[in-house]
Ligand binder design. Sequence first.
Ligand code: DAT
Ligand code: MG
Length: 156
Amino acid sequence: MSDGESERTFVMVKPDGVNRGLVGTVISRFEDRGLKLVGAKFIQMEDDLAQEHYGEHEGKPFFDGLVEFITSGPVMAMVWEGQDATRQVRRMMGATDPAESAPGTIRGDLGLDLGRNVIHGSDHEDPGANEREINLFFDETELVDWNRADEDWLYE
Ligand code: DAT
Ligand code: MG
């Protein structure tokens, strides 16, 4: 790789995305970009996990609704790896409110409403977020070290 560090970031297709059949679409976007899937699990989040995952928002007016929504159906939790992965995933996700997300982003192409914004990704402006969220959802043994066959063509 020419510059930048390869890193892992936590991503999750939320219950709206799962119910709308968008898991494959979201995975394809990251695969096509060149990011590497190193962990995935399809789960129903329990209340405790949801409260912890969204702990930074505790006390905000939307917190209870957010926890209720994220536990309302299954989610696809994933870890993606690549150069500058955290920031690139956030750029691909678009702004938090799909009504303001740029067309071409996941939220800007696939959503309309703030409370149903399809995807979660670790906050690249919170240095601890990636590791915290990956460890919350995955054991080390559930993450796979492997090389994509096209890696030499993705990075200089
Ligand atoms: P992001 O998911 O882009 O990291 P966030 O961490 O600020 O955004 O908020 C977490 C989720 O909470 C977000 O995806 C949607 C919901 N949310 C955020 N702000 C909200 C608000 N003002 N009203 C309702 N839901 C909100
Ligand atoms: Mg966030």
